[in-house]
Design a protein around this ligand. Structure first.
Ligand code: CO
Length: 217
C-alpha cells in the first residue's frame, strides 16, 4: 500500500477531471510551456500561487521561498528569474507578499527559529532601513502589515536591479515587475501600485511606493 494514499487518489481524480473537461489538456502542455507570468511568493501553504489568480498549469512560472525574498547571491531564485526572462520571455514578474507572514514576523520580533534565521537575515535591512517610520506606528498589527508591504516593495526593486532584468530592458524586452500583497483573511490580492517597466527613475519609483505605504494607515 502506498503511503499518503489520499494524495494519489486526489491526483487521479484531478487528472481525470482535467482530461474530461479538456481532452487535449495534457497533450498541449507536453508540447511546451509558455507562461506570461513569473510569480515570486512566500512558501506559506495558505498562499497557493496558481489558485489565487485562477491560472492553469502552464500559465504561471513560480518561485517560492520563506518571506518571498530576492537575494542577489541566491542562485536558486536568480536561475528562476533568468530562465523565465531569457528563455520563457515572461512579460510580467509578480512579487507577491502576504499579511501575517511568519518570516516577516520573526524579523519584526527578533525571534530565533533556527537555520531559517540565516535566510531571514536578508530581510533585516528592510526593517532597519525603516526603523524610525515603523517605530512611530503604535498599533502592532498595523506595524506588522506595513513591514509585509515594505518587504514586497524592496524585493520588487531587488528584482529590477538584477543584471538579468537590466539587460532585458536594455534590449527593450517587454517586461514589467509588480508588487502585490495577499490577505489570508479574505483571499484578496491588493496591488501596491508598483509597476516597473524600465530602468528609468527606479529610485524615484521606490521612494514613491514607500511613502505611499506610510501615508496610508
Ligand atoms: Co510568508
Amino acid at each position: 500500500m502506498k503511503v499518503l494514499k489520499h494524495l494519489f487518489e486526489n491526483n487521479r481524480r484531478w487528472a481525470s477531471q482535467q482530461t474530461q473537461s479538456d481532452p487535449d489538456f495534457f497533450n498541449r502542455l507536453l508540447q511546451q510551456q509558455s507562461p506570461e507570468y513569473l510569480w515570486i511568493g512566500c512558501s506559506d501553504s495558505r498562499v497557493p500561487a496558481n489558485e489565487i489568480v485562477g491560472l492553469m498549469p502552464g500559465e504561471l512560472f513560480v518561485h517560492r521561498n520563506v518571506a518571498n525574498l530576492v537575494v542577489k547571491n541566491d542562485l536558486n531564485c536568480l536561475s528562476v528569474i533568468q530562465f523565465a526572462v531569457d528563455a520563457l520571455k515572461v512579460k510580467n514578474i509578480i512579487v507577491c507578499g502576504h499579511y501575517g507572514c511568519g518570516g516577516v514576523k520573526a524579523v519584526l520580533e527578533n525571534k530565533n527559529i533556527g537555520l531559517v534565521d540565516k535566510w531571514l537575515d536578508n530581510l533585516k535591512p528592510v526593517k532597519e532601513n525603516f526603523q524610525r517610520d515603523l517605530f512611530e506606528i503604535k498599533d502592532d498589527a498595523l506595524k506588522f502589515n506595513k513591514l509585509c508591504e515594505l518587504n514586497v516593495v524592496e524585493q520588487v526593486f531587488n528584482v529590477c536591479n538584477t543584471d538579468i532584468i537590466q539587460k532585458a530592458w536594455q534590449r527593450e524586452q517587454n517586461l514589467s515587475v509588480h508588487g502585490w500583497i495577499y490577505d489570508i483573511k479574505d483571499g484578496l490580492l491588493q496591488d501596491l501600485d508598483v509597476c516597473i517597466s524600465s530602468s528609468d527613475n527606479l529610485e524615484n519609483s521606490r521612494n514613491a511606493a514607500i511613502s505611499k505605504i506610510f501615508t496610508e494607515k
